[in-house]
Design a protein around this ligand. Structure first.
Ligand code: ZN
Length: 184
């Protein structure tokens, strides 16, 4: 069944979510797990595409702008880059399905330097559901790029989080008021 919707589960990895993660959102991030897995189940059952854009880095890369901003995180082939808890289990169970796809990204936006836009267009996807972390960094930058490319946005308020409560609240208002997103 063709679907025009996709779920993007953004950066839901140990480094961004687990207690010992390098850049963790902590408890607000961990609390999202059941809802994210529920949405992944619902949308994949409906024939929607479930995408997992996942940050990847080389430690202390002198050319990467984040090296000056953050400690090393989401380094390839490390525990920190593995999907967090229940989502890891979900992905291991569903990764062979043709509608489930985890891919690398190296910037905040899932569109920056990736073939995401091309792959969405070849499937005639026009509506993106965004969940994951952080609301005001990678989810925000992905939403801005999606808006500029003409996608409709649905942000699941109960499935995004940040380490910065004020940034989280600001981003939710921005999604609705400036990007025309449906915030559920
Ligand atoms: Zn990063």
């Amino acid at each position: 069944m063709a679907s025009n919707q996709a779920l993007l589960i953004i950066d839901y990895t140990n480094d961004f979510v687990a207690d010992d993660g390098a850049l963790t959102c902590g408890e607000p991030g961990q609390a999202l797990a059941p809802r994210i897995v529920q949405l992944a189940d619902q949308m994949s059952a409906a024939g929607d595409w479930v995408l997992l854009p996942t940050d990847v880095h080389t430690p202390n890369d002198p050319y990467h702008p984040e090296s000056k901003l953050f400690p090393p995180h989401n380094v390839r082939n490390t525990w920190g880059r593995e999907l967090y808890g229940p989502l890891k289990d979900w992905y291991e169970e569903h990764q062979t399905e043709s509608t489930v796809w985890e891919f690398d990204k190296t910037r905040y936006s899932s569109f920056a330097g990736t073939d995401l836009d091309l792959r969405l267009r070849e499937r005639h996807v026009d509506t993106l559901h965004l969940v994951g972390v952080c609301t005001d960094i990678c989810v925000l930058h992905t939403a801005v790029d999606a808006y500029n490319l003409g996608y409709q946005l649905v942000i699941h308020q109960d499935a995004v989080a940040s380490f910065d409560a004020a940034g989280h609240e600001w981003a939710l208002r921005h999604f609705k008021n400036s990007l025309g997103a449906t915030v559920l």
